[in-house]
Design a protein around this ligand. Structure first.
Ligand code: GLN
Length: 495
């Protein structure tokens, strides 16, 4: 498998210079060679990839041109694909086979993408390191002793490790952007409601959004353009025309105003990390942007607000996993005992913690004090962004405060929750937001330089402008091209 981009692969397959079958085979070989070391995939769907590739080649031979012809795609394992095991990295769904395909996935397959397999995640997408997966361990391809980030850790590691050209992740509070930053790839969360959630197993329905992970902004834009748009099967999908992002990719930032958030002071970061972000802001300016200071005074309430709203919605969404209709069932002496035994055995600690927090926050007597208050805080946070965007086109800030950390480095839940300090406010406001590689630091005790990500966020539905700005920054700085992942060991590691 070459490390060609999706744009290049689609061009060559459409031109008859390569074929989807060849691409599928090469991708499969790459997975066989590397995934024992990286552990990005929970299932590899070689047969599906092969039959799909044959279909794509037949369509091309018949004269069709497909935007994603032959592009190898990895899919986060909380998205349904007919006939595939779809687990959410949970014991409760470990053997569940999806009876239908998510709309976002279907649109990519219809456009010629090749489904390579389903990738690891934190159980039900709850986490920031992929360590909450009950079914596998994923390593960061840059340093195998470090986490890939989460929850879309497998999707990001697959792309960073060259085991997929593009992948799909889901982002509720940062699950595309934080791992993309940790693995040195582009991760993009569109506006809430812009991509259908039909077939995405729900975590927090008012926040969940599917988005692309890729090695370049142009590839992320290509995937986004194919999957964005209204879907009658998702009541929260927005019925409004899509402004295609690919035609808006630009080479400079002349006339663009970028907001730098007063409350996100870089002085709080480690000096080496801080230097990378100072340079990133200076580069934005060098490319022609005007930097303006903006205020997000309520952003500091983001984490507290999110950890009421997201668990509340999760406690309701996960009530369906009770051993009756889906997945694992552990028999008890009556129906109540069966529910209890199934859920006790099927869910991991973090999922149980969220269900407990959410159930508590929604219980009568506490509902107004917690849930309703959190909803009010959410409105204030969205209002702050709306005010900030009166004076800028996009906001720049770190995607995460640190590079990827070592396995088992975070032992208390709150330190893990804090990883999303810079991503959660945008999620609460529903904004389109992405992470693009912006440099490297070698962490204390680390063996190799680790990537960092610049987060860029834009007003609702300003995807085209956002990806255009990110493209200009990427082309003007070329951080991803400056380094590549170290050579991987040839033998599989024990997990
Ligand atoms: N890390 C956050 C959480 O655990 C966000 C996860 C996500 O975006 N799915 O909830």
């Amino acid at each position: 498998m070459s490390d060609a981009t999706a744009v290049e692969i689609a061009r060559s397959v459409n031109a008859g210079e390569s074929s989807a079958a060849k691409r599928a085979r090469a991708a499969n070989d790459r997975i066989a060679e590397r995934d024992g070391v990286i552990g990005a995939y929970l299932s590899v769907t070689s047969e599906l990839a092969r039959t799909h590739a044959a279909r794509v080649d037949a369509r091309i031979a018949a004269g069709e041109r497909l935007p994603l012809a032959g592009v190898p795609l990895a899919i986060k394992d909380n998205m349904c694909v007919t006939g595939t095991r779809t687990t959410c990295a949970s014991k409760i769904l470990a053997d569940w086979i999806a009876p239908y395909t998510a709309t976002a996935v279907q649109r990519l397959l219809d456009a010629g993408a090749i489904p390579l397999g389903k990738t690891n995640l934190d159980e039900f997408a709850m986490g920031s390191s992929c360590e909450n997966s009950a079914l596998g361990k994923t390593a960061n391809p840059w340093d195998l002793g470090r986490v890939p980030g989460g929850s879309s850790g497998g999707s990001v590691a697959a792309v960073a490790g060259g085991e997929a050209t593009v992948s799909l992740g889901s982002d509720t509070g940062g699950s595309i952007r934080e791992p993309a930053a940790f693995c040195g790839v582009v991760g993009f969360k569109p506006t809430y409601g812009r991509v259908s959630r039909y077939g995405l197993i729900a975590f927090a329905s008012s926040l969940d959004q599917i988005g692309p992970i890729a090695t370049t902004v142009a590839d992320a834009a290509l995937v986004y353009d194919v999957m964005a748009g209204h879907d009658p099967m998702d009541a929260t999908s927005v019925d409004r025309p899509v402004e295609l992002a690919s035609p808006g990719l630009r080479e400079d930032l002349r006339g663009v105003r970028i907001g730098i958030v007063r409350e996100f002071a870089l002085t709080e970061l480690d000096p080496a990390v801080r230097a990378v972000y100072e340079r990133a802001y200076a580069d934005l300016e060098k490319l022609g942007a005007e930097l303006v200071e903006v205020a997000l005074p309520t952003a500091e309430y983001g984490i507290a607000t999110y950890y009421l709203i997201a668990p509340a919605e999760c406690s309701s969404n996960l009530a369906r996993f009770d051993g009756m209709r889906y997945g694992l069932r552990v028999e008890g002496r009556d129906v109540g005992a069966t529910y209890e035994a199934t859920r006790a055995a099927g869910f991991g600690d973090e999922v149980k913690r969220r269900i407990l927090i959410g159930t508590y926050a929604l219980s009568s007597g506490y509902y107004d004090a917690y849930y309703v208050r959190a909803q009010k805080a959410r409105t204030l946070i969205a209002g702050d962004f709306a005010k900030a965007f009166a004076s800028c086109d996009a906001i720049a800030c770190p995607a995460a405060a640190t590079p990827a950390f070592a396995f088992a480095a975070k032992t208390d839940p709150v330190s893990m929750y804090l990883m999303d300090y810079y991503t959660i406010p945008m999620s609460l406001a529903g904004l389109p937001s992405l992470s693009v590689p912006c440099g490297y630091v070698t962490p204390a005790g680390g063996t190799s330089p680790m990537p960092l990500g610049l987060e860029l966020s834009a007003p609702l539905f300003a995807e085209r402008s956002l990806l255009g700005i990110a493209h200009a920054y990427e082309r003007g700085t070329r951080h991803a091209e400056a380094r590549s992942i170290p050579d991987l060991p040839r033998t599989a590691v024990a997990r």
